[in-house]
Design a protein around this ligand. Sequence first.
Ligand SMILES: C[S@@+](CC[C@H](N)C(=O)[O-])C[C@H]1O[C@@H](n2cnc3c(N)ncnc32)[C@H](O)[C@@H]1O
Length: 262
Amino acid sequence: MLIPENTYINLYHDQRNQHLVRYERNKKFLTGYGVVLFPPDLKYGTPLKSESGYTFYALKPDTSRVSKKLKRQTTIVYPKDAGLILLELGIHSGSHVAEVGSGSGAMTLILSNMVGNEGRVYSYERREEFLNLARNNHTKYGLFDNVEFTLRDIAQEGFIDNAVDAVFIDVPEPWNIIHHAYKILNGGHPAGILSPNIEQIQESHRVMEETGFLRLRTFEIIKREIMVRRGKTRPRERAIIHTGYLLFGDKIEKIETETSNE
Ligand SMILES: C[S@@+](CC[C@H](N)C(=O)[O-])C[C@H]1O[C@@H](n2cnc3c(N)ncnc32)[C@H](O)[C@@H]1O
């Protein structure tokens, strides 16, 4: 498949020498192993020799690789957590999703790629510098023009009233957002929360139950990379062990309790 101009490729020599770079015809790109010239009509998977004689390959970058390359000024949702978040929130092409806060835009990018042209991501952030950062990262790396970024403190002001199929919350005090999320979620649809500390999850769990969420479920994802080498295959020594806990629940209509004293 021919690589469209101005899209990103992963110019790969080995794990340590790979570059996320925009493909342009006849562009010269300087690597640690010499200059690589991009030919016109480049196909994914093609080997390219640097001037110093090293072979690089033009790979199609996956979303996980792109999200790790984003300029970031906040903690971000890591790919290991993003996978389960997408599944538990039932995100698919055409979904409408609300997200608080935008942060560096890592999760925004993943949501945007998943919902595609037919879908919509409403991304809310209370700090202007982070909103601009998330927007810039999306402009640089996003595949679809399907995100509405809004400067807004959701705990204070609530959401703009777009009905959505899922809400994802990644803020320090998620319990202040839950009743707002309940209002914009379609019935029977899920909300998800990412929090680094278990006390945050406990408080959010309590508020979700009170607000009207059912089927509450909490997870931690632990991922180990395995180094496969002849005669010495084992897990990598260093890893990101803890990122956060994930809490999900589905919105239900609450049954009216009888208040009559007669
Ligand atoms: C951990 S960062 C989010 C990272 C983001 N999920 C990503 O993957 O890049 C948390 C963000 O939530 C924002 N935030 C916190 N409370 C908020 C609120 N009540 N309304 C909107 N944004 C809020 C913060 O300003 C911060 O940028």
